[in-house]
Design a protein around this ligand. Structure first.
Ligand code: NAD
Ligand code: IPM
Ligand code: MN
Length: 344
């Protein structure tokens, strides 16, 4: 078969070693891919004044998928510049409206909870909401200063993410948790609740429960086994999925897929974590999230056998005790263990 064309954006900090390791794992999985790497990052910004070239989106459009490490080096480039110059415009331009983030424990990995018994799929709205960028500041630097950040929720945007989540729930245990803060936010979140009820009528086989974001944060810790598919707005989904990462053993295990379900544009795959400046260059970044994200990418590209081989190798690795305690095993040691299981 013709190889899938992958645009690799390693980015900053630990994004670089974990994507390099992921490329080796993809190669060993037997996947048919060809990769072109783009050095778009905070370094690129400092050299060229832009996170990516002006035609960066048009360049990426020619690929079947994007594999990204992490973006951001806040000591040298403000996050609002780096993320709005690379990661967020890609999600938006390619209408990657569904950000899929699975939270479960790989065998042998010790999470902070007493239970191992949870399997949660977070579906995060990924193109609008609290990340719309609308707003501004007036009277800057004066006692009268006001900063406004406007969340924008469109009917089309809310409807498509809810439908996507209902479909996912239908293919799993049939439970959908819809997350809002409609007790305090009376426009967007009441609208979200109404849309949930409207669409729920078309999915009598899915049991919907509404949660407020604060209550579901507590539930994710106290009773994570009661959750199946969780759908949330951009910001709430962002926060919930770092919590999800924590209960699955840490940020180094949490994978994500930024999907355009229409398949008109390339989708993007990346760990949930960032560039981790505090551990960059120490050789101890956990690459599991990058590997899992790569498996999600191959699955999306209909290369299901190599994707399954990667997941089996990750599970065999952690089941043998390697990579179960982040910080103890190096990035290279974990990568070698996964490669051995793919090649052996
Ligand atoms: P972070 O996820 O980079 O790090 C949070 C904590 O988790 C740190 O202590 C870090 O060492 C640890 N950690 C993260 N990934 C790890 C891994 N694979 N193995 C072991 N430990 C890991 O979050 P942050 O510190 O808030 O952000 C750092 C930078 O990354 C910022 O510029 C931020 O904006 C950016 N960021 C980018 C993305 C992305 O590109 N998708 C995601 C989140 C944060
Ligand atoms: C994530 C990240 C990004 C987000 C940041 C870096 C803008 O935290 O992918 O979870 O909030 O979407
Ligand atoms: Mn996040």
């Amino acid at each position: 078969s013709t190889p899938a064309r992958i645009a690799l954006i390693p980015g900053d900090g630990i994004g670089i070693p974990v994507t390099q390791a992921a490329l080796r794992v993809i190669a060993a999985s037997g996947a048919a891919v060809e990769t072109v790497s783009f050095p778009w990052s905070c370094d690129h910004y400092l050299q060229h004044g832009r996170m990516m070239p002006e035609d960066g989106i048009e360049t990426l459009r020619r690929f079947d998928a994007i594999l990204l490490g992490a973006v951001g080096w806040p000591a040298r480039v403000p996050d609002a510049v780096s993320l709005h110059g690379l990661l967020l415009p890609i999600r938006k331009a390619f209408v990657q409206y569904a950000n899929i983030r699975p939270h479960r424990l790989l065998p042998g990995v010790e999470g902070p909870l007493k239970t191992r018994d949870f399997d949660i799929l977070c579906i995060r709205e990924n193109t609008e909401g609290e990340y719309s960028g609308a707003g501004g500041r007036v009277h800057q630097g004066t006692p009268d200063e006001v900063a406004v950040e406007t969340s924008i929720f469109t009917r089309a945007g809310v409807e498509r993410i809810l439908r996507f989540a209902f479909e996912q729930a239908r293919g799993r245990r049939g439970l959908l948790a819809s997350v809002t803060k409609s007790n305090a936010q009376r426009h967007s979140m009441v609208f979200w609740d109404e849309m949930t009820d409207l669409i729920a009528a078309e999915y009598p086989d899915v049991a919907v429960t509404r949660y407020h974001i604060d209550a579901i944060c507590a539930r994710m810790v106290m009773a994570p086994e009661s959750l199946d598919v969780v759908v949330a707005s951009n910001l709430f989904g962002d926060i919930l999925t770092d919590l999800g990462a924590a209960i699955q053993g840490g940020l180094g295990f949490a994978a994500s897929a930024n999907i355009d379900p229409t398949r008109r544009n390339p989708s993007m795959f990346e760990p949930v974590h960032g560039s981790a400046p505090d551990i960059a260059d120490q050789g101890i970044a956990n690459p599991m999230a990058a590997f899992w994200s790569a498996a999600m990418m191959l699955d999306h590209l209909d290369q299901t056998a190599p994707a399954a081989r990667i997941m089996a190798a990750l599970e065999a690795t952690t089941a043998s005790g390697i990579g179960t305690r982040p910080g103890r095993d190096s990035t290279d040691a974990i990568t070698d263990a996964v490669l051995a299981r793919l090649e052996g």
